[in-house]
Design a protein around this ligand. Structure first.
Ligand code: SAM
Ligand code: SF4
Length: 328
């Protein structure tokens, strides 16, 4: 699939807008309700859209949420996804809290090789304050178990928030000296109405990187390979792991963006940071043909913006959607 000069081969599927956590940078500050079940795409509907998208050039899929593992029968869905033979890569982003050893082993048996965990702090009390849940140990155990069972690489996403966890940047980066993890520091994206203030002044990558280098030593850049994704990768001396930076605000990577998103409500979303969405679930439920559904996918891609403006017009162009509903 082509969007302007970009070739789109990566679909991010949000399987649910529900989550067992309440991360303050992700869920709305105001009381909010989740979508009624009948408005959420059923697994067979997601699989149908995914197969059509694969016919059109999608080869990589990431499952996300909300929290994917709160959705019933998720393992059976993953099994069916893994059976699509044109998909060369299936990965999952999770908060990890529900991933026991057995479940991680099942994922491996199904063919999942890569997992991304979200972890913003190594302090259990702070973890509870950020996520609203006292689950640090469960998440840490899931990360260590994934590592022990051979998931490679184990990726860890850390959203850096000034005054909340920025004093842990060096310690978290230092984990790459001990473990072959890929730790990715993500610039906070202001979206909708969140529990965190609009984070002025925001922690941008230049500052995060400076602090790591001052605290623990130089970061050597690694060569960026095709298909590497948006993280700019570095390594500390003698570290088996990798430090990555994801810079949606300070240096957007829109010209290289190869992604299309499918939200839990069955809308195609060409850009995370732009609220344009195209409903594909309703036409599917009304009996649209495969050709018509493919036209809808193509039409959605025509709306993939050349770049987002979140860094430039802060507070003006903030998407109204929340990450829990889109999938990050
Ligand atoms: N529940 C899963 C998890 O936490 O990994 C998957 C969904 S979550 C929306 C996907 C990713 O989005 C997580 O790594 C999370 O840290 C990130 N995220 C959520 N809100 C964000 C924000 N406002 N700015 C930057 N990243 C955010
Ligand atoms: Fe849930 Fe993930 Fe959002 Fe946290 S970041 S509230 S775990 S969806």
């Amino acid at each position: 699939m082509i969007a302007g000069s970009r070739s789109i081969n990566y679909l991010r599927i949000s399987v649910t807008d529900r989550c067992n956590f309440r991360c303050r940078y992700c869920v709305p500050a105001a009381p909010f309700s989740v979508m009624p079940h009948h408005e959420i795409a059923r697994y067979e509907e997601i699989l149908k859209i995914t197969r059509l998208a694969c016919d059109m050039g999608i080869t990589k899929v990431r499952i996300t949420g909300g929290e994917p593992f709160v959705r019933k029968d998720i393992f059976s869905f993953i099994e069916q996804l893994c059976a699509i033979d044109t998909l060369s890569d299936i990965s999952i982003t999770t908060n990890g809290a529900l991933l026991t050893r057995d479940k991680i082993q099942t994922l491996i048996d199904l063919g999942i090789k890569r997992l991304n965990f979200s972890l913003d702090t190594l302090d259990p009390d702070r973890f509870a304050a950020i996520t609203g849940r006292d689950r640090f140990k469960k998440v840490w155990d899931a990360i260590m178990t994934a590592h022990a069972l051979g998931i490679t690489p184990v990726k860890i996403n850390t959203v850096v928030l000034r005054g909340i966890n920025d004093d842990e940047i060096v310690t978290i980066a230092g984990l790459t000296r001990k473990f072959p993890f890929h730790i990715r520091f993500i610039e906070y994206m202001p979206m909708g109405d969140l529990h965190v203030e609009k984070q002025q002044p925001q922690m941008l990558t230049s500052e995060i990187r400076r602090r790591i280098e001052a605290g623990i030593g130089p970061l050597t850049p690694l060569t960026h390979k095709a298909g590497d994704g948006p993280a700019k990768k570095f390594q500390l001396a003698d570290a088996p792991g990798v430090v990555g930076f994801i810079t949606p605000i300070s240096s957007h990577f829109c010209s290289e963006c190869n992604r299309l998103r499918l939200t839990s409500r069955g809308f195609l979303r060409p850009c995370l940071l732009n609220d344009y969405e195209k409903d594909i679930l309703t036409p599917l439920r009304k009996g649209a043909t495969d050709a018509q559904l493919k036209e809808i996918i193509q039409a959605a891609l025509k709306h993939k913006p050349l770049f987002h403006t979140l860094g430039k017009n802060r507070l003006k162009d903030i998407p109204v959607s929340h990450m829990t509903s889109i999938g990050g």
